[in-house]
Unconditional design. Structure first.
Length: 280
């Protein structure tokens, strides 16, 4: 249980760090409440402009860390004005940590499987379709917030995609139309959901989850190339693209390795399984 203790201790430290950041966000509540809608928009544009002027990747990351509390305070105030909903501290913490949310979820899932004597590959196959569907639905939040979009396009380009008028209208931001990258990824994820639930019964145990990682990563790699707000690793490679490539390669290798080494049964022929190598 030593490695589990290390993971739990690490999670406690991360939660403590996120809690301190969330406290900084909440401390700015009164300051952001007195801002006008126009002042909030101007502050957001100022953040985007200053970030775009920074070429060094490390300095970009440092700048993002610097503005994080104020930026989230503005988002929190916007949520209150538009939706009449105020995110609680724990929701702010979740928003700050969303880039690592899936990884944290996977680690937590493994810990629970270990504690409950469940097979992690079987559980992964069960939840994978739900995860990618949730990701597809979640992308519509980007649409509503005018964020995570692609570069500038013409209105005629969007009309040629035969999009509903409300999507075309909402992609008109600050005088320009933009690539609806949220929609590309959302459609890709929904297709992934359909594929996963269709082929799951024919795949070997654990392969539905690995197929989810492969499918999602392929879509994310190409969509990320269209976005204008990506976190850059180098001047040409985005962090999300590198992670996608790694996940694709690792998933394919694990599928091959498990088939050769363990000869797993198919998902449909597997009853409730225990943690590998553990007796009830």
């Amino acid at each position: 249980m030593g490695f589990l203790s290390k993971i739990v201790d690490g999670n406690k430290k991360e939660i403590k760090r996120l809690g301190k950041l969330a406290d900084k966000v909440l401390a700015l509540e009164e300051d952001t409440a007195i801002l006008t809608d126009e002042e909030i928009r101007e502050k957001t544009k100022s953040f985007q402009k200053e970030l775009a002027e920074i070429e060094d990747v490390k300095k970009q990351n440092d700048y993002l860390d610097k503005i994080l509390p104020e930026a989230y305070a503005l988002v929190r105030e916007g949520s209150k004005r538009v939706f009449n909903m105020i995110p609680y501290k724990v929701q702010v913490m979740g928003g700050i940590a969303i880039h690592g949310g899936l990884i944290g979820g996977f680690i937590t899932g493994i810990i629970v499987c270990k504690m409950k004597n469940l097979n992690p590959f079987q559980i992964g196959d069960i939840v994978a379709p739900s995860i990618i569907l949730a990701q597809g639905i979640g992308r519509w939040g980007n649409f509503m917030n005018h964020e995570a979009h692609g570069g500038i396009v013409s209105k005629s380009f969007l009309e040629q995609l035969h999009l509903p008028q409300f999507i075309i209208d909402n992609m008109y931001i600050d005088g320009h139309y933009y690539h609806p990258t949220f929609l590309y990824e959302s459609v890709w994820d929904v297709l992934g959901f359909i594929i996963l639930v269709t082929v799951r019964k024919h795949l070997k145990l654990g392969e539905t989850f690995f197929l989810y990682l492969i499918w999602y990563s392929i879509g994310r790699f190409f969509v990320e190339g269209l976005r204008t707000d990506s976190l850059m690793l180098t001047s040409h490679i985005r962090v999300a693209q590198l992670v996608s490539i790694i996940l694709i390669i690792v998933s394919i290798m694990l599928i091959i390795y498990r088939r050769v080494k363990f000869h797993p049964s198919t998902f449909k022929n597997s009853g409730p399984l225990q943690w590998p190598g553990k007796k009830a």
